[in-house]
Design a protein around this ligand. Sequence first.
Ligand SMILES: [Zn+2]
Length: 420
Amino acid sequence: MDYALLTLKCVLCDREYGPHEVRYTCPDCGEVGALDVIYPLDSTRHTDSPLSIWQQRDLIPIADNPLPGLKAIGGTPLIMPDALAHLAQKVGVRELMIKNDALNLTGSFKDRASAMVVAHALQNLDTHVIATASTGNAAAALAGCCAAVPEAQAVIFMPASAPEAKIAQVIVFGAKVILVDGNYDRAFDLCTEACNEFGWYNRSTGINPFTTEGKKTVSFEIAAQLHWDVPDVVIVSVGDGSIIGAAYKGFKEMFDRGWIARIPRLIGVQSSEGDALVYVWENNLTATMMTPRPSTTLADSISSELPRDRAKALRGVRDSQGALVRVPDEEILKAIPAFASQTGVFAEPSSAIVFAALKPLLETGMIQASDRVLLLVTGSGMKDIRNAMRSVAALKPSPTAPTLGSIRNQIRARDDKRYE
Ligand SMILES: [Zn+2]
């Protein structure tokens, strides 16, 4: 869609702005006043082009063809209910599905947002330096997307404590990397200050409306892959809240245009060791009332003390009749091998959490045995090998003598039927 025809609208006060009037958040509401990009209602549903974030071209802010290096972003596999029937029965739901966004360009869902922001910066704003603060995945995604587009340059602010694989990714992609001696929230503020000083375009989650435009495309893909018969429930991990907020926007845009019959209930999951949005949800507070809450979770991708996309996240959960729940770090660790060994999907802690949430959600009645449930996997387990190894520490075998005899002892002596 031609960017000049779009409107930016504040999620909190409904004030509308022209496409070039503001860049980030609502000037009246401040940083918490996230903006929605509003499209004409008479959009056409496209099913012809390959599945990717660019497919529904009437509902993205890019008029031209996608940048060649970013053409294949999105279009990730959806593992269908028939492949997971056994697990669905074991868990106790009618159908289970997995949208596997770990298979994106840089191994995470964040490629959707970064690719859209890079395209927007180059094609609509004529800006080529793009900066972001991130605990890792958004950083790797922006660095990777900029590496795929010769004219774009990434500047990355990340906490020095980010997992090594994620730091390695941004460096090998050739981004300018600033490892901040502080937490994510400090890196976020520093990135904002630097963008103001140097005129870079700020991709940081929560303040950039176009990250939502990239992230919402997951809902378009889920609908298309299920022939527009969407699940009852979509379970999403929540840190800053931008993915759940964007998933809602995608479903709502399709619902408003009659492409789908209903909006799935969106259930957000946080760690008990970093539960700022669950706390707000349980206490019926609003986004503007939120104050920082400490976060120590091992799931670095969803560790946020003051979730930046809180307004959109709360709207998405409330308007879809969803919920926000917490799962302890201990259960997240257990879920990494449990999920991988039963599905073939190796998820990082912040994605394994959605599988860990199934049990408490069923026990509390937040999901029913009759529900068709989709789990959104947002990051590859390869991103955080340290926690993956922690999760299977007890299973790590000691070295075996290199003889067939020692193998025979291990297999036969234990009478393990699986190997017969
Ligand atoms: Zn406002």
